[in-house]
Design a protein around this ligand. Structure first.
Ligand code: PGA
Length: 241
């Protein structure tokens, strides 16, 4: 794992954006794996600025998002489809028809997961995947568990995740209890991965991701087996390294 420690949250986004620019120069029709949450916002802001400055072109890109809440329609303000539209897609020249976010309203999650994974496989897998990390070590919504789940699947959110994400909802009771998440196997098939984290609350999770023996109780620790991971963190998130 290549670990990059920077001073500020903004710099995390700038460093990650450098990698995106290089990726799209090398392969303009890259398959991008995108994430939601507070952490990738600095990346998306940097990407929008670079697009405005003519430094990056998304016209040939296809994207797949990591996850979506079960029960939220795409136009729900807390859905991850909505998040992506507002925070990235509306501001760049990506073809909306080539942006995929799991469907939170799907009836048969297993069939949906299989089709999502198959589509990613048929496209040759994700070229560059961005990941945040939960304070509990989750990537996507792959929560600490007894096993690593390979495929895209429906998950029960951990209590700590529901609590953490309640900051975006009127009340904790409004937070969906389940999500559809890309599985660990699909994430691990990505050719390059960027793991981003900011703040002291993520320090233990980052330490576990990098140093603990890989185990499903610390989902991000699986990344130690991946050949091309760049961890970009600020000093606070790196404070236990
Ligand atoms: P955050 O979420 O970026 O909002 O902290 C990250 C995650 O839970 O994966």
């Amino acid at each position: 794992m290549n670990v990059v420690v920077v001073d500020t949250y903004k710099e995390i986004g700038e460093k990650a954006a450098d990698i995106f620019v290089a990726q799209l120069l090398m392969k303009p029709n890259s398959i991008l794996g995108l994430a939601t949450g507070s952490t990738p916002l600095s990346l998306y802001e940097a990407l929008i600025q670079r697009y405005k400055d003519g430094k990056i072109d998304f016209s040939q890109v296809t994207s797949f998002n990591l996850d979506e809440y079960v029960g939220l329609a795409p136009d729900h303000e807390q859905s991850y489809r909505y998040f992506m539209e507002k925070n990235l897609f509306e501001h760049i020249n990506i073809d909306k028809n080539k942006t995929y976010v799991p469907d939170g309203l799907v009836k048969d999650a297993d069939a949906f997961g299989k089709a999502y994974d198959q589509q990613i496989k048929d496209m040759g897998y994700i070229d560059l995947q961005i990941l945040g990390i939960g304070a509990n070590g989750h990537i996507g919504f792959n929560e600490p568990d007894k096993i690593f789940t390979y495929a895209t699947h429906k998950v029960d959110l951990a209590e700590t995740t529901i609590k953490a994400n309640s900051r975006f909802f009127d009340s904790i009771d409004d937070v969906p209890k389940q999500a559809i998440s890309m599985g660990i196997g699909t994430i691990m098939k990505s050719k390059k991965i960027i793991l981003m984290a900011t703040g002291e609350a993520k320090a233990q999770a980052i330490r576990d991701a990098i140093y603990t023996d890989p185990a499903p109780e610390h989902p991000a620790s699986i990344l130690q087996f991946h050949q091309n991971v760049t961890v970009i963190v600020d000093k606070e998130a790196a404070s236990l390294l």
